[in-house]
Design a protein around this ligand. Structure first.
Ligand SMILES: Nc1ncnc2c1ncn2[C@@H]1O[C@H](COP(=O)(O)OP(=O)(O)OP(=O)(O)O)[C@@H](O)[C@H]1O
Ligand SMILES: [Mg+2]
Length: 255
């Protein structure tokens, strides 16, 4: 579904900085993959390149065998609107709108009738366990609820590829688990392909595979064994071998 071929990113500034170097990997449709690595290793840069909010210095990104570079301006806008969904650490919700208005927002940009919008919003609110909160403003929500709203908004148009940058970074353990469970279920139901940046080994253990970045290069790759607990241990071991202490990768960040 997604293929990256030898991609590199050099930020041009007074001192040019190579944030990614020769990164290649593929994801099949419906795969749930985590990206881990120390701060500054290029994780967000990677998501931005795939999400087309930043441009490649070299290499190629293919979505369904088509190079993103070859898309026209209109096709690119269409790609962003229909194929992609984004979830961020800061939920980026609009606090002048209600929960259901936030969720339905992406549909208002497309060709959806009112009925269809209501139906989808209703299904999604139920799916997210937010039905009783539908009329609330977003500042009346807990962190976990707010992130579920953000996920609803990212998924309401049924995107094929969802990019998440530390979706559990601001959440406590219980809310993190709810959000991860939700992502895992939705990708099974909709065959959504999900790429998720995370510092948290527990979050990564929900995925099928973990890619590790170090200094802008692919450092290691792990596939999930049968047991999630074993996977968590394997991931933690790679994080320790990456250098730093486990605290650097903990879901609780103090910086
Ligand atoms: N717009 C930019 N201009 C110049 N350098 C940048 C820019 N964005 C990121 N960088 C640099 O590229 C490197 C990778 O940054 P990136 O944001 O991808 O790291 P990250 O792995 O997401 O880190 P974190 O875990 O802290 O979010 C860093 O050294 C960063 O300083
Ligand atoms: Mg980042």
């Amino acid at each position: 579904m997604l293929t990256l071929e030898n991609i590199s990113k050099i930020y041009q500034g007074r001192l040019p900085y190579q944030a990614l170097e020769d990164v290649s990997f593929s994801m099949s449709a419906g795969e749930f993959v985590a990206v881990m690595g120390p701060s500054g290793s290029g994780k967000s840069t990677l998501l931005n390149l795939i999400g087309t909010t930043d441009s490649l210095s070299s290499g190629e990104v293919f979505v369904n065998q088509r190079p993103i570079k070859a898309l026209s301006k209109n096709e690119l806008a269409d790609f962003r609107r229909t194929t992609l969904g984004f979830v961020f650490q800061q939920f980026h919700l609009l606090d002048t709108l209600t929960v259901e208005e936030n969720i339905v927002l992406p549909l208002t940009l497309g060709r959806y009738g009112i009925k269809e919008m209501e139906q989808r919003s209703d299904t999604m609110l139920t799916r997210l366990g937010l039905k009783e909160h539908a009329k609330k403003r977003t500042y009346e929500l807990s962190g976990g609820q707010a992130q579920r709203v953000a996920i609803g908004r990212a998924l309401i148009h049924k995107p094929k590829l969802v990019l998440c940058d530390e979706p559990t970074g601001n959440l406590d353990t219980k809310s993190s688990k709810e959000v991860l469970q939700l992502l895992a279920e939705i990708r099974l139901e909709e065959e959504t392909t999900i790429l998720m940046v995370t510092h948290d080994a527990l979050a990564a253990s929900y995925c099928d595979r973990v890619l590790f970045l170090k200094d802008g290069r692919l450092y290691n790759e792990l596939y999930r064994p049968t047991k999630q607990g074993d996977f968590y241990q394997q991931i933690s071991n790679v994080l320790i071998s990456l250098g730093g202490t486990e605290d650097d990768f903990s879901s609780v960040r103090f910086s």
